[in-house]
Design a protein around this ligand. Structure first.
Ligand SMILES: Nc1ncnc2c1ncn2[C@@H]1O[C@H](COP(=O)(O)OP(=O)(O)O)[C@@H](O)[C@H]1O
Ligand SMILES: [Mg+2]
Length: 278
């Protein structure tokens, strides 16, 4: 997968500040995400990962700075937030599927409503996505008939159905039983192999090591270290990064499997890559 020659970042965050009342939770965040790049946000609980993702998805108003998507300032207040949210998918820890709708209805709802495509076309595309990610036989099921891992995979497919330019994933495996984490991480690895641009908050350091091009470590609302994933995770430079990684890796080390590049599926036969989207 080419990383593209276009040097304009797909997503650019400049000098972002966010406060709740007087509590400053994001401090001068600067981050550029290029097309096809995968960036992992790591850091202790409460450091601001979710707030940053919510600001990017325009669910929070920012106090200073700017966010650009494909060069367009999306935080100017002039933009239609719904239009931007179609281009920036956000997937939460809790799957948030509509319980009274089938898998197929969950996936087709937004494309029909927001993109104005026909139900028939939306269903065809939804079935293609379900098939691509091994869930075709679940199209008619209701969410409560699915495992947590399957529900989260459906939530990811639902986001993909809007053909977003960027996916934001917020601790998407945190609510899952351990045996289901793998199937969700696999779909994310598949998306990377297909060229999807992603910014994800994660506590899974082994996965970040495998999948991320770059890692940004947040501490108390600021990015204190950012760089190539393998360098930051194995040779952190900032004392705070070192301290954080020592703590989390003591609990769950970068396993041999996690540090083995061969463990990452890099090619998926028969899958068309995500096209560059204007
Ligand atoms: N809606 C809110 N109102 C007030 N404070 C909030 C709100 N959401 C988050 N915070 C605070 O912002 C900080 C960052 O939280 P969060 O972005 O959820 O961190 P993380 O996702 O890294 O755990 C925390 O101190 C949290 O308590
Ligand atoms: Mg969070």
């Amino acid at each position: 997968m080419s990383t593209g020659t276009n040097s304009t970042p797909l997503l650019l965050i400049e000098g972002l500040y966010k406060a709740y009342d007087r509590h400053l939770v994001l401090k001068n965040i600067n981050l550029a995400v290029r097309e096809h790049e995968v960036i992992c946000l790591i850091g202790a609980s409460g450091c601001g990962k979710s707030t940053l993702l919510r600001c990017i998805n325009l669910l929070e108003e920012i106090n200073a700075g700017a966010i650009y998507l494909g060069g367009e300032a999306i935080t100017s207040g002039q933009v239609d937030a719904d239009r931007i949210r179609q281009r920036i998918g956000l997937i939460f820890q809790s799957f948030n599927l509509f319980p009274h709708m089938s898998v197929l209805e969950n996936i087709t709802l937004a494309p029909v409503k927001a993109l104005g495509i026909s139900r028939r076309e939306a269903e065809t595309e939804a079935r293609t996505l379900l098939e691509r990610f091994g869930l075709e036989e679940k199209a008619g099921e209701y969410p409560d008939r699915l495992s947590g891992g399957q529900q989260q995979r459906v939530a990811i497919i639902r986001a993909l159905a809007l053909k977003p330019r960027v996916l934001l994933l917020d601790e998407v495996t945190s609510a899952l039983d351990p045996e289901m984490v793998g199937e969700v991480l696999t779909i994310i690895a598949e998306l990377k192999a297909l060229g999807m641009t992603m910014l994800l908050a994660t506590h899974q350091m082994g996965f970040a090591y495998q999948i991320a091009d770059r890692v940004a470590f947040l501490d108390a609302g600021a990015i204190v270290e950012e760089g190539p994933a393998k360098r930051v995770l194995s040779q952190p430079e900032h004392p705070r990064t070192r301290q954080f990684l020592q703590q989390v890796l003591a609990a769950s080390p970068l396993s041999p499997a996690a540090t083995d590049d061969r463990a990452l599926p890099v090619e998926f036969a028969g899958m068309a890559p995500f096209a560059e989207r204007g």
